[in-house]
Ligand binder design. Structure first.
Ligand code: 48H
Length: 262
């Protein structure tokens, strides 16, 4: 059979356009494809939610690829290992309570499992704003990362969502937009972003989970965003808290949507 470039081109345009059109109204928009966002999206999709994940970069996986300081191994504690086991990611005991996993295997498996569970992943797309009605976020405003990078004056498009997860990591981009643009308080003690503190792995891993909750009506924070929003420590290259936070965000949202997790 002879291959026709016109067919190849049409296939990509038609299939991508359909994918985008099918995702203009979501149960959950996950912003950020790091470990927390991927795990949250996976559990939401498994629970029957319509979920799309928007990732600014070409590759999904956020800060996990590089392990610690580009040594591509990650550490998880006992509780975090439970999530690695769910995804059948190989991990090895280092000493009591500490396990290591290959960061490339971990990221690629989380990504693959999320896609296979039914998450639609849009890479190269950034969330630059939100829609707010009656003091509740009702969706996200998206644009191509290339537009953002080149500072082109191109207007964005919009995706409606019942819930949004800010899984953008250290910069907490969705919450920061709300803080800057919406004339209302966040659900934090001060009503503002409390801010990330310096390194303390033991406390940070625990508080990441505690801080995984609704930070503005309709918006949950997961992963590093949770501690940055509610004001707690960073934890360095231990990733159990990120994985568990993704799982918790999904559970909380599914309760609100009255969906049963699998
Ligand atoms: C679309 C966006 C936008 C946007 C950002 O940084 P991440 O890996 O986030 P987490 O919370 O899943 O994991 C944090 C972990 O990687 C980490 O940094 C740790 C444990 N640090 C500890 C320490 O002490 O330093 O992923 C966030 C993703 C990235 O891929 C961004 O490109 C993406 O979100 N992103 N995508 N629209 N506006 N902003």
């Amino acid at each position: 059979m002879k291959l026709d470039e016109q067919v190849i081109t049409r296939a990509i345009i038609e299939r991508f356009s359909k994918k985008l059109l099918d995702n203009l109204s979501l149960d959950v928009a996950v912003v950020g494809g790091g470990p927390a966002g991927l795990v949250a999206a996976y559990y939401l999709a498994r629970g029957g939610c319509k979920v799309a994940l928007f990732e600014r970069k070409l590759s999904i996986g956020g800060g996990m690829w590089g392990g610690g300081m580009m040594f591509n191994e990650i550490v998880v504690q006992e509780e975090g290992k439970r999530i690695l086991d769910v995804f059948k990611i190989g991990c090895r005991k280092f000493k009591t309570g500490y396990y290591t996993a290959d960061s490339v295997e971990t990221v690629s498996t989380l990504c693959s499992c999320a896609a296979k569970a039914g998450v639609t992943i849009f890479n190269l797309m950034s969330v630059e704003d939100v829609m707010v009605r009656d003091n509740r976020v009702t969706g996200v405003v998206i644009n191509w990362t290339a537009v953002e990078m080149s500072s082109l004056h191109v207007d964005p498009l919009c995706v409606k969502a019942k819930f949004v997860i800010d899984a953008t990591g250290h910069p907490i981009e969705v919450i920061k937009v709300i803080e800057r643009k919406v004339d209302a308080e966040l659900l934090t003690p001060s009503g503002k972003v409390e801010g990330e503190k310096s390194m303390w792995a033991d406390v940070a891993e625990r508080t990441t989970l505690e801080n995984t909750r609704e930070a503005f009506p309709g918006v949950y924070v997961a992963g590093m965003s949770a501690n940055a929003t509610f004001g707690n420590f960073r934890m360095g290259p231990i990733f159990g808290g990120m994985l568990l936070s993704g799982e918790k965000a999904a559970k909380l949202i599914m309760q609100r949507l009255k969906k049963k997790g699998k």
